[in-house]
Design a binder for this molecule. Structure first.
Ligand code: BTN
Length: 245
């Protein structure tokens, strides 16, 4: 991964550039990096702010031959790659909040957005977008998110070279992706669970249609969250916003 790197000073979103590259036939493992995103996208139609010169905004192009329902597993894989890269490059102990927020000391340091192309039988490409707060200081975060967001620098107490983190992520991604293609999701699931913060805890899951309060039991073989509500009923959650109670 990272043999083809496209670097931009300013883009709307690295996801859009990666999309265009896919249509032009970009190879698997192609990376798009940007210093500034003017229309960065988050999950659930949210905006994503990239702290200029201090954050990582990266999209990675993957071309696995898998059915679309397996795609969420790649999002979890990317979360494991980021968590393990951060633990290798810093002294921090990152956690993953389902599906793919990376938290340090309970605050969000990284978000991952996966988008795919293909038809209902087979995916032709997956674009994994990774946004990481690296060198921002506390006063650089908007007031409305400072209680929930952090940067590696704030938690580590010193600046970290962004290139070191990018390199570590690419190495981890490449390693995990090879394991995934060869052995499937099970080994990735075990690693994901070793970083998971919400399992066994009471959480609130807000889906597009309802809010469910219950205990996070684990994830399925496909990567969805299993949630047991107060009446004992088990829900399989495909997409939701999770808060830990
Ligand atoms: C989230 O937590 O909501 C996901 C945030 C994903 C942000 C990254 S930054 C690089 C890539 N380009 C985007 O526009 N979004 C992703």
């Amino acid at each position: 991964f990272g043999r083809n790197v496209f670097f931009y000073e300013e883009v709307e979103s690295t996801q859009n550039i990666a999309n265009e590259l896919v249509f032009k036939g970009a190879e698997e493992g192609t990376i798009v990096l940007a210093e500034r995103q003017v229309k960065g996208r988050g999950r659930l139609q949210r905006n994503w702010v990239t702290g200029e010169g201090k954050a990582i905004a990266m999209s990675i192009i993957l071309k696995p031959s898998i059915p679309p329902k397996v795609a969420p597993q790649l999002t979890l894989l990317a979360a494991v790659a980021v968590a393990s890269a951060i633990s290798k490059v810093t002294n921090l102990k990152p956690n993953i909040k389902w599906p793919n927020d990376i938290l340090i000391n309970n605050k969000k340091v990284c978000g991952i957005l996966t988008e795919m192309h293909g038809d209902s039988d087979l995916i032709s490409s997956v674009i994994v977008g990774i946004g990481i707060n690296v060198n921002q200081e506390k006063d650089e975060f908007p007031n409305d998110i400072i209680s929930r967001a952090t940067s590696i620098r704030i938690e580590e107490g010193k600046k970290i070279l962004r290139s070191k983190i990018v390199q570590a992520i690419l190495m981890e991604m490449e390693k995990l992706y090879a394991i995934f293609l060869e052995k499937g999701f099970v080994p990735i699931k075990l690693l994901w669970e070793s970083y998971a913060i919400s399992l066994g805890r009471e959480i609130t899951a807000t889906t597009y249609s309802e809010t469910i309060v219950g205990k996070a039991l684990g994830i399925t073989e496909e990567g969805q969250l299993l949630l047991q509500d107060e009446e004992g009923k088990i829900h399989t959650i495909y997409s939701a916003d999770i808060s830990i109670i």
